[in-house]
Each structure stands twice: as C-alpha cells, then as structure tokens.
Design a protein around this ligand. Structure first.
Ligand code: GDP
Length: 597
C-alpha cells in the first residue's frame, strides 16, 4: 500500500547565483545541530566551485541533508544552465517541492526562470525565501510582487500562486513571515518546508525500485549511483537487477556492496534504506543515470531519463607552442589522458577517445559551454594543453549526412526580437514559434543546427544587454543544412572579457573568425600578450590564406603588433575584413629570430 513517509522531505533549491543559497543551507545545517562542537564548521557547504560561480551557473547537483526535529530534509542543488537541462529535470523528479531563494533587493533574475519553469510544470509546491532582508536597500514587498508576477507568467497553478513567503537573512541566521523582522532563527523556514512540501510517497512493502539520477565516483569503491527509492527497501548485500534503456529485460543479478544515506555534508554508510529515501550505492560496476535498481522478484523499470548526447568535439593535445611548460604542472600526454578518462567517471555526457596521434585526444561533449568549463577546470588544476576549434559531430543516417539539431527557447524584451531573429536566421535557425510573454518579454522558439549555436551565447548576452535567456536542448539529427555563411562580429571571445585565455582557446565560432593561440589573453575587449615581459614577444595576426605560412609578417595578410602588445577586438575585426579565419599567436623573440632567419 502506498503511504506517505512523514519523516522525510526531499526538496530542490533554486536560486540565482549570489542570492545566498550557499549561506542559507549553511545556516540550516548549523541550526539543525548537524555540526557537533568538535567538528569544524565548513565555510561554504554547497559551494559549487570557482568556475561555476564566476559563470553564474552550478554544474553538478549536490546533496545535503539537514535534520529538523524528527524530519530529515534532503536538499538538492539544481544546476542553473541550459546545457545541463537534462540534469535539471532529473533532479526535480527526485523531489516533492522546491525552495526558491530570491535576493530581497535584486528580485527574481531571468536565469532562474528556466529551472523554476520546470519545477512549476511538474506541479511542485514552492516555498519562497526572500533572502538578505538585512540589506539596507532591501525591498521585500516589491520582490514578493515580482515573484508572483513571475509565477503568473510561468502559468503557476493555484496552489503555487498561494506559496508561502519567508523573509530571511541567511547571514544573520534568521527567517520570519514578517518582512520587517530582524532577529530570530531559521525555524520559520524549516516549518514552511515541513508544512508546505509534501512527504515522499511510495510502497514500503512493494518490490524495490530505485531510480539512479546522479553518478559519483570514489577511488575506493568506484562508481556510485545516487537516486531515490521509489518503492520497497534496500539492504547492503542485497542482490538486485539493473534495468536500463539498453537491457530492459536482463535478469542478471548484482550485489549492492555499500549503501549510504546523506547526513549533513557527509555520505554515511547504512545497512538499509527504505522508500522515499535518497541513497548512494556502490557495487554496480557500470551504473548509469537512468538505471532502475529493482528487486529480482519483480523487475520493472521506472520511466527512463534522457541523457543528452554529445554534439560537439574538440581535440585536446600536448602544448607544442613556444611557451610550452610555462603555465602548467601536468603537461604530458599521459597526464592529460589519465585526467580526461577520470572525468568520465562522473560526467555522463562526456566522451573521450584516443586518436591516431599519441599526443592528442578527441573529447566530445554537450556543447561549447560544457567543454569550455572542462578546459578551464583542468587548466586551474594545473594541466597545460592545446585545444582545437570545436566541431559538430555529424551522423550518417540512411546514407545521408545528418547533423545534430538544437531546440532553442529564447525569452527577450521586445526590443531585441528583431536582432535575435536576424542572427539566428543567418545561422540557419528556423523559427518555430513566437509569442508574447509577460512583462514585455517575447518568447521565440527555433530549431537550429548545433553548429549554428557555436559562439552565439556570448553574442546573445551582449546583444540583449544581459536581459535575454537562452536555453537549448538536443533535438535529434536532421539532414545537413549546408554551409553557414558569414561570421558575425562579437563572437570573437570564447570566454568573457577578463577571463584569461591560454593555451589555444578557440574563438567560439565554428567557422573560426579568430583563433586565439597560446599565450594570448583577452582583457576587456583587448587582445594582449600573456607574458608580462612584453618585450620578448609580440602578436602575430594572420589571415587564413597565410596560415600555412603564418609566421611571415610584413605582407598585407599579416599584421604584426609590436609592444605594447594590445589590440582591440574592433581593430582586429577591421583587419580581418571579409576574410574567414585569422590566427592570433604570440611570437617570442626566439621565434621572431627564426622567422627573420
Ligand atoms: P549563492 O551563490 O547563491 O550560493 O550565494 P552565497 O551564499 O555565496 O552568497 C552570496 C553573497 O551574498 C555572499 O557574499 C554572502 O555573504 C552574501 N549573503 C548571503 N546571504 C546574505 C544575507 O542574508 N544578507 C546579506 N547582507 N548578505 C548575504
């Protein structure tokens, strides 16, 4: 018989970056008595890492569990970006409600809309936490109205429109139903969660069914599957059957060797866990997202969850530029290869393959953003390597060349509609829908070749002055749409200005207007030499036809910049003119001498 598991709540937390999600969960942990006095209180419990923070997104969902009275609240972080759309859905399906954290001054931001929309569509109840009420410029009442407006726009159901609002200062450690309160504790937030978000439901006596939603990895036990028990009970050493998309019929039994639940920030080993619980388990060698762990008595798969297919690949290779070895600790092909293979343990939408060259690996991922975050992560860990321009992965279907397509949803203020339609049209996007949405925004939907989106995200941010939201999701393969002409300005920089570009970061656009080579950075729209000792290098800018002979300068097709090494992107574009491809590489004195020779 199905019953409610009253002592558990599973909630996802949704917040725009910097609105205080980490601080809030930290406070909930402290006040729930998770930390015993001899335990060091970690500063940032859900910190999603530097890169994610800088980019305003969270990449991996993380689990934290807090206790309030007799109830265990599993709090799951939601990724905020569209390239991880599949992951958002998986996380939201594990929970029975969400906590929306909104800054009491800034109000709701467009980037949280995507995740909130998904949560509302699943009919999840919402607890709204208006955070940072202690800020002098806080305007909690207006923010309440803005949140309600957003709910209306996203077609919230009646219950969602009736969501409780809690006014909090995560920093001050208090929450209240009264927007004017400036003291107290977090109790009102805990109470709102308990009262408003339903307990999970399931049948404890039915045969086991648990759906794996996330994969983790540990050196000791290997792959770990994390998911929710939908029915039944699981014990350590149980024999189970794993069903997935590829073998919906298998009867092969495997043994669960270790079982964990979450407690605070830790994974703690348990002997058994029951319906409603979010667990981690090991012992299943190739456990994958979407697998259903079942009882052998009655193996029945839960609905499969889609994993986004890789659509773009890049080659990662040993840095052979004149500056090799200057930046990183790990530079050999073996080190780079090992690190990339390790990444496969936790990133299910990544693919890594060897190539004909010992020194190069083909890395395929979900999109430009996915791969650029990987590159930056590795770089910060001390790896040094070069990457190629991204290429889309074509498929042959019935003897025809087919290419990956993306379904794109864009919300923009009306004034930018023309610009978006024009730009995506030029990139072979076909508009499939256009409708006014609330607050002067217009919603546009496109079907577009994945390669048409390369480089567009940055351009879109600039074009819409940061006010647009762009989400895309893999949409199958379609016959090759032919060459995409033109390059468009503004797509020069793969990483935002201020972000160092080192070791062969490419220009974001597939057609390649500009290749930013090793040792060059872009700062606030200026291309500058990486090395502060400017006198030992300059930058060589070459047009495509010169690429075979790039280091030659002094012709009309190459522009040599001598120190101080800097050039604005506009200058660079002007120089490129109608030409297709430009390479920008630093040239050291050593190189220059070679060229002159
Ligand atoms: P996250 O990106 O959503 O996880 O946000 P953080 O928890 O990292 O908070 C972002 C910034 O806002 C940090 O500098 C926090 O100290 C600050 N912050 C968080 N909560 C509050 C609050 O209640 N009041 C004020 N004034 N600042 C806060």
């Amino acid at each position: 018989m199905r019953q409610k598991i009253e002592n558990i709540r599973n909630v996802a937390i949704i917040a725009h970056v910097d609105h205080g999600k980490t601080t809030l969960v930290d406070q909930m942990l402290r006040q729930s008595g998770i930390f015993r006095s001899n335990q060091v209180v970690q500063e940032r419990v859900m910190d999603s890492g530097d890169i994610e923070r800088e980019r305003g997104i969270t990449i991996l969902s993380k689990n934290t569990a807090v206790h309030y009275g007799n109830t265990k609240i599993n709090i799951i972080d939601t990724p905020g970006h569209a390239d991880f759309g599949g992951e958002v859905e998986r996380v939201l399906k594990m929970v029975d409600g969400v906590v929306l954290v909104v800054d009491a001054f800034e109000g709701p931001m467009p980037q949280t809309k995507f995740v909130l929309r998904k949560a509302l569509e699943l009919d999840h109840p919402v607890v709204v936490c208006v955070n940072k009420v202690d800020r002098p410029e806080a305007r909690p009442q207006e923010v309440v109205d803005e949140v309600l407006e957003l709910f209306l726009e996203l077609e919230a159901n009646d219950k969602q429109l009736d969501s409780p609002f809690v006014f909090a200062s995560a920093r001050g450690g208090y929450a209240s139903e009264d927007p004017e309160a400036r003291e107290g504790d977090m109790k009102p937030l805990f109470e709102a969660i308990l009262n408003h978000i339903p307990a999970p439901e399931g049948d404890a006596d039915a045969p086991l069914q648990a759906l794996i939603s996330t994969i983790d990895y540990s050196e000791y036990v290997g792959r770990i599957g994390i998911g929710k028990i939908e029915n039944g009970t699981i014990h350590v050493n149980d024999e189970v059957v794993v069903l997935n998309m590829h073998n919906a019929e298998t009867q092969k039994k495997v043994r669960i060797t270790k079982l964990y639940e979450f407690d605070g920030l830790q994974r703690v080993e348990v002997k058994e866990a029951s319906v409603g619980s979010i667990v981690a388990l090991s012992g299943i060698e190739n456990i994958m997202i979407g697998d259903t762990i079942c009882s052998p008595l009655k193996p029945e798969a839960l609905p499969f969850v889609k994993i986004s297919e890789p659509t773009i690949s890049m080659t990662f290779s040993v840095n052979d530029s004149p500056f090799a070895g200057q930046e990183g600790k790990y530079v050999t092909s073996r080190q780079i290869r090992d690190r990339l293979y390790k990444e496969l343990n936790t990133d299910v939408s990544l693919r890594v393959e060897d190539t004909d060259s010992m020194d190069a690996m083909k890395v395929s991922g979900r999109g430009e953003l996915h791969l650029s975050i990987l590159i930056e992560t590795l770089r910060r860990e001390g790896y040094e390597f070069q990457v190629s321009k991204p290429e889309v992965l074509y498929h042959e279907i019935d003897g025809k060349k087919c290419e990956p397509m993306e379904a794109v949803t864009i919300d923009v203020p009306e004034e930018f509609v023309g610009n978006v339609i024009e730009k995506l049209g030029a990139r072979k996007g076909e508009m499939t829908n256009m409708a006014p949405s609330k607050g002067g925004y217009t919603r546009l939907e496109f079907s577009i070749p994945a390669r048409g989106l390369i480089g567009y995200r940055n351009e879109f941010l600039t074009d819409t002055k940061g006010n647009g939201i762009l989400n895309s999701i893999f949409d199958g393969y379609a016959p090759y749409k032919g060459e995409i002409p033109t390059r468009s300005q503004g797509s020069l920089v793969a990483f935002e200005s201020g972000e160092a570009i080192t070791y062969g970061l490419y220009n974001a656009q597939e057609r390649g207007d500009l290749f930013i080579g090793a040792g060059v950075k872009v700062y606030e729209g200026m291309i500058v030499g990486r090395n502060a000792r400017a006198d030992d290098m300059d930058i060589n800018v070459c047009k495509k036809k010169q690429l075979t002979n790039t280091r030659a300068s002094g012709s009309d097709d190459a522009l040599r910049l001598t120190p101080p090494i800097q050039m604005s992107l506009e200058q660079c574009m002007e120089f490129i003119g109608d030409d297709e491809l430009v390479e920008v590489t630093p040239v050291s004195l050593r190189m220059r001498k070679k060229i002159l020779d």
